[in-house]
Ligand binder design. Structure first.
Ligand code: SF4
Length: 344
């Protein structure tokens, strides 16, 4: 059963976040354009909530997660964490923030130091963040291992001695060691077998309950985030196409892109023969985004004005926002869009 978060305070507020990478050319490395990896992204996450962030490879979801944590410098917008402006923090403030905001990476092996034993890795984290030292740190490291479902006896093992699923548990242990409030889970199960994926997702859910954690859960597959998310945001080419409560999004997807992604999710009921929507064409380059709606070159419901009028993300139902000109709320003020073309 999902949680009731209606009275929970807002922990993270992201507004108009942009991360553009300059394209440099020529002898003097002049900037000739930008790769718009994240372009005007806004959302809020409440304390104890999990927001799933989904989209195809290259849609900007990982860049968004890293920019929120200040692992990448933002080009514009704002990120407020517990009311504090993350993008304006100096080094000292950021160091403190690292304790509250953590990340779990997709590839657990490359994110673990192969020369450190598990115990050394965890005690180092506890030492750097001034949480505990010496024997107290060793005891705490052993306890953290048990919390993530690993034996204390693994303390002296090296990362290469663990399986893929166990390594991801180590990645979770390292993030958990500093007692964070918020974790960006960056495709934490994408590299794992399906059977192990559900174990890791269940572990993350148990830890959320036990420690009151808040997650931004990034994945390229809607079926993965369904189980863990309270709300889901769908990204396309650096922008949020749709954001809604997970049940609402899965039952009533409003954006043609979400509808296509959902049609690709396998359904266990053999009587349910819903038709798969195949998107034609490749995702355009974020260095050369199409005019109007970014999705128009691939959209099965494209209209003439989609090529020139950029839709805005707006509510189509309570707590359900979509960015598509089929809905009158998404039509920017002053744009001439024929009303007959709209769906609602
Ligand atoms: Fe498709 Fe037009 Fe809606 Fe974009 S605005 S998703 S092109 S219908």
């Amino acid at each position: 059963m999902k949680k009731d978060l209606s009275n929970a305070p807002e922990l993270l507020v992201v507004k108009n976040l942009r991360k553009w990478f300059p394209i440099k050319k020529g002898l003097f490395s002049q900037t000739v354009g930008h790769v718009k990896a994240v372009d005007d992204v806004s959302f809020t996450i409440r304390k104890g909530e999990t927001l799933g962030l989904v989209g195809e490879s290259g849609c900007g979801k990982t860049t968004a997660g890293r920019t929120i944590l200040r692992l990448l410098d933002a080009t514009g917008g704002s990120v407020m964490f517990e009311g504090k402006d993350v993008l304006a923090m100096d080094k000292k403030e950021l160091r403190k923030l690292r304790k509250d905001m953590q990340i779990i990476f997709q590839d657990p092996y490359s994110s673990l130091n192969p020369r450190l034993t598990v115990g050394q890795m965890l005690t180092e984290v506890l030492h750097v963040h001034e949480i505990s030292e010496g024997e107290a740190a060793q005891k705490e490291a052993g306890d953290i291992l048990e919390t993530v479902g690993l034996r204390k006896q693994y303390y002296n093992r090296y990362p290469h001695e663990f399986s893929g699923g166990q390594r991801q548990r180590l990645g979770i242990a390292r993030a958990l060691a500093v007692k964070p409030k918020f974790i960006v889970c960056d495709e934490p199960v994408s590299a794992l077998d399906v059977s192990i994926q559900s174990q890791v997702i269940n572990l993350l859910q148990d830890l959320q309950k036990e420690f009151g954690l808040t997650y931004l859960f990034i994945a390229h597959d809607l079926s993965v985030v369904e189980h863990i998310s309270d709300r889901v945001a769908v990204m396309y080419l650096g922008k949020v196409a749709e954001i809604a409560d997970y049940k609402e999004l899965y039952k009533n997807p409003a954006h043609p892109y979400t509808q296509a992604l959902l049609s690709a999710v396998p359904v266990p009921d053999p009587k349910n023969k819903s038709k798969r929507i195949i998107l034609t064409g490749d995702i355009p380059s974020p260095a050369n985004v199409p005019g109007g709606c970014y999705f128009h070159p691939r959209c099965p419901k494209v209209m003439e004005h989609c090529k020139t009028v950029p839709p805005v993300l707006a509510e189509v139902a309570p707590l359900h926002e979509v960015s598509c000109l089929l809905y009158p709320t998404s039509v920017p003020e002053g744009s001439a869009v024929p009303p007959a073309s709209q769906a609602a």
